[in-house]
Design a protein around this ligand. Structure first.
Ligand code: COA
Length: 320
């Protein structure tokens, strides 16, 4: 009988640009306040990339560290996939090929995916499928955003919500199910495509925030409930719940519905705002860096974003 192989997360890394922007900085140019932004979103600061940085340059920094932390050589990487809603180029070349080239990866497949803030969960599902089919052994996945490049800084309803950053992980083959990505749920519904997008007419992000807010809570709570019950697990079995960091009120509402201990919820939205496809790997890296994350911890991830797209994942952390 052929031996079954599994996919496991071997490393995590992130990169945050230097320029920290506080809510009070926005008070200078917009009819807004620190009090409003904190009360409605939880966000206090976010980081914006400089003019000479791009989403691929942020992605490159996180990707380089992810390879190092996985104790692999560049030649070991079989494929690179990047998720972004703020790519360097309009349609081509992809961020993935730019990052591959900078890393010195030659003649290996590289492509971008477009699934907005659910990007990292979609990346996990792709990496898992490629590895379990035995097509590849080590896949580098990167969520990288220069969200500030698509923000309309005159729209107070969107520009205060997002930040720039990148996160990366190496997904590798393992024979041990108890070290693996147990499951990934991904889905989408184009019926809601008008609620959040970057129209060609403006190339800027536009959003019906209130409608997204309500849909997000309902969709996430049912999606997370489904992945837990499908795997015969309850929120008590989870070491850390790492949701997409869009809005503290959305995170807390979902946390209450799935009845997870607040101390298990990883929060970075206050510091980084919504970094879209980068938000989940940045949040995993936050608990890796402060040494809360241990090998064997069971993580529950969830995300939603423009499309509407959404997804969740259950995985054991198997980093070094
Ligand atoms: N500062 C001050 N007032 C603001 C503001 C800001 N930055 N942004 C919006 N407002 C105002 C609105 O103009 C509106 O004013 P009005 O009543 O005079 O028309 C009022 O606040 C209420 O707006 P509303 O959109 O109903 O507020 P809300 O409670 O839904 O909060 C969001 C707005 C955007 C914070 C919230 O809807 C949200 O977080 N939605 C989800 C967005 C999201 O996560 N998107 C990413 C998906 S990945």
């Amino acid at each position: 009988m052929k031996e079954k192989v599994y996919a496991s997360i071997k490393s995590i890394a992130s990169y945050v640009p230097k320029n920290c922007v506080s809510n009070t900085d926005f008070e200078k140019t917009l009819d807004t306040s620190d009090e409003w932004i904190v009360r409605r979103t939880g966000i206090k600061t976010r980081y914006f990339a400089s003019d000479n940085e791009t989403s691929s340059s942020l992605g490159y920094e996180s990707a380089k560290l992810a390879i190092e932390r996985a104790n692999l050589n560049i030649d070991d990487i079989d494929m690179l996939i990047c998720a972004t809603l703020s790519p360097d180029y309009l349609t081509m070349p992809s961020n993935a090929v730019i990052i591959s080239h900078k890393l010195g990866i030659h003649n290996k497949p590289a492509f971008d995916i477009s699934s907005a803030c659910s990007g990292f969960i979609y990346l996990l599902s792709l990496a898992k499928a490629y590895i379990e089919s035995k097509m590849y052994k080590n896949i580098l996945i990167v969520g990288a955003e220069k969200a500030s490049s698509v923000l309309d800084f005159s729209d107070r309803g969107t520009c205060v919500l997002f930040g720039d950053g990148a996160g990366a992980a190496v997904i590798s083959q393992t024979n041990d199910k108890n070290k693996s990505i147990l499951d990934v749920n991904i889905s989408a519904n184009g019926k809601y495509s008008e609620l959040l997008g970057t129209p060609r007419t403006t190339n800027k992000l536009q959003m019906k925030g209130n409608e997204i807010f309500k849909l997000a809570i309902k969709t996430l709570a049912s999606d997370v409930g489904e992945i837990l019950s499908k795997n015969n697990l309850s929120s008590k079995d989870i070491s850390f719940f790492i949701p997409h960091q869009a809005n503290l009120r959305i995170i807390n509402a979902v946390g209450e519905i799935i009845d997870i201990e607040p101390s298990k919820i990883v929060l970075t939205v206050q510091k980084y705002g919504n970094t879209s496809a980068a938000s989940i790997p940045m949040a995993i890296d936050e608990i890796y860096n402060d040494k809360r994350l241990k090998n064997g911890d069971l993580l529950l991830l969830d995300a939603f974003g423009g499309g509407l797209t959404w997804g969740s994942s259950l995985l054991y952390f198997n980093g070094n």
